[in-house]
Design a protein. Sequence first.
Length: 290
Amino acid sequence: MKDRQHFVTQAVLRNFSSCKKKEKIFVILHKNNQLAILPKAINRTFEQNNYFKTNEENYDSWFENIDAQAPSIIASIIENGVENLTTQEREKINEFMAFQWLRCAAFRNESSSFSEILKALQNDLKNDPRWSSFEYLDKMLGEDSIKHIHANLFTDIQFLIQKLNDLTLSSVSPKSLDRKDEYVISASPVLYNCWEPEFYFPISPTNYLRFHSIDSSFSPLDSRFLNELQFINGRAYTGCRVAARHQETLEYLKNTPLQDCEIKNLENSFWKYLFLEMYKKNQEAKKVSG
């Protein structure tokens, strides 16, 4: 049983490795209240001791099979694209994506919020005569409550897998070979469009998986925006914000904030709305601090 458990599979992180032995990766992390760029061991990136393990069971075992099968399929996609995937390989990628989305730090944080709500209602719930009909709530209010709440999210994973199966799968590449345009990856790497069925997931510095409806008229986001979204998602985890193959990629991301004109040039979509809202908040925060 593993004590050190990852919420992003190491097999994918190795595709972003900064060395030939695939042991190191560059990361942006918080150090002395500043964002620092440092090399880090891949087996210590996006992980936490006993992240899935509770007093009763080890949820990490759920991921062992899919984590073992997905790397060869992902390697095939990087080499040959998605067009030649077999039906079985596509099903495995759907399963891998679903598990990857739900296992990440962002969903764990949502579980934490729900746990706090339950604990605040604990006395009222236990005084309710219906309490005996909801014995599982004892588990949800116990020592490992956050992990159990997080685990419950996986009960409907087949619905999510089927949702992915109904979407078109394509592979997206950066707009240039420049290192600043290479993709980064965060502790919550699956990006989800809340307005229409669309998912993004980085599998290497030069490849993104994109699931979308077949009749979608929107162009895929370029690396400038995809990297910014990963950087935003990275806030959900208190360790590394994002990881990348090259230090220059992270330097550009860290030091080159999105401009208003760039955002306004985006197609009208959920992503444009999200970036505009964040830009407004950042500008307001600057006025207050200034």
